[in-house]
Each structure stands twice: as structure tokens, then as C-alpha cells.
Design a protein around this ligand. Structure first.
Ligand SMILES: [Cu+2]
Length: 162
């Protein structure tokens, strides 16, 4: 995301915050707690991805992933047809700046969960082929190092929602 796009996003968020806050309250009850049992071993909860405005080619996805198996799961790839690049990112403070960094692997120990959330770990979509419109959803394939992959569905939420 370049500087101009960041400014545009900030302006939009600032101007419409009260309207979006109301919509968020409503939407929240719909998206919170939704569970997708992707596989007998993998549960995804509260999955969502941020809507985009025209011209913005990046977005971020969040969810809670639970490994219900007896083995460590190591995710190394993610793909979707609607973005050129999909990466696992983390956010870290560096000299008082939040920096995003690509994670080569996301490791979930047996019977544990990992949380992707705003200002934390996220699934980064870059080079979007289309706008992400609130109310629609996108399909993403999460792949493990051992070759196993899982199809998950991420509902698109307002860009001000969490
Ligand atoms: Cu990122």
C-alpha cells in the first residue's frame, strides 16, 4: 500500500466512523462465533476479510485457527484466485513503527489455537483482482508443509469493522 492509499483509507474511516460503528454492531452478531469445521482436524472461527475501496489492491484476513489433531501443523502457503499474492504476516514494533513481516511458516502445536487479528498476525492479500465487497466472501486455500491443504471461506466485512 502506498502513502496515498493509506491517506485515503484514513480519510474514509474518519468521515464515516459513526455510520460504520452502527453497521459493525449489527454485523458483529452475524460474523462472531461462526465456525467452519474445515476438516476433522482443523477448525476456523470468526473468519473475515476487510472490504476495499476502488484502487486499493491490498486487504487483510483474520481468524482463529484450531489444530484438533495430535500433530503440529505447519502452514507455509496460502492462495486465492482473487489475489496475486497471499502471505502470512505478523506485525511488530520497530523504532515505534508497526512493521509487517512475512512469516515463512505458521506453526500450530497439537490441540492449540492461533489467532490472526487486527494489529497482529494476518493473512495479507496483495495484487487484488477485484474489489472485496462487504457481504460477499472469498475462498482461500491454506496449505501445510506436508502438502495437505484446506479450503476456507472468509466473509468480507466493512473496512472499519474488526
Ligand atoms: Cu501484512
Amino acid at each position: 500500500m502506498n502513502k496515498l492509499q493509506l491517506v485515503l483509507v484514513s480519510i474514509l474511516i474518519g468521515v464515516n466512523s459513526s455510520v460504520y460503528a452502527e453497521q459493525h454492531m449489527e454485523k458483529k452478531s452475524h460474523t462472531m462465533g461462526i465456525q467452519q469445521q474445515v476438516d476433522k482436524d482443523l477448525l476456523i472461527e470468526h473468519a473475515r476479510v476487510k472490504a476495499t475501496i476502488p484502487g486499493v489492491k491490498v486487504s487483510a484476513g483474520y481468524f482463529k485457527l484450531t489444530n484438533n489433531s495430535d500433530q503440529t501443523m505447519t502452514f507455509t502457503r496460502a492462495e486465492t484466485s482473487v489475489a496475486k499474492f497471499t502471505e502470512y504476516h505478523t506485525m511488530e514494533m520497530d523504532n515505534n513503527k508497526m512493521l509487517m513481516r512475512k512469516m515463512d511458516a505458521v506453526i500450530i502445536p497439537a490441540h492449540e489455537s492461533i489467532l490472526f487479528k487486527p494489529k497482529g498476525k494476518h493473512l495479507m492479500f496483495m495484487g487484488l483482482n477485484q474489489r472485496f465487497i462487504a457481504g460477499e466472501s472469498i475462498n482461500v486455500t491454506l496449505s501445510r508443509k506436508n502438502g495437505e491443504s484446506y479450503n476456507v471461506n472468509l466473509p468480507v466485512i466493512d473496512m472499519n469493522a474488526h
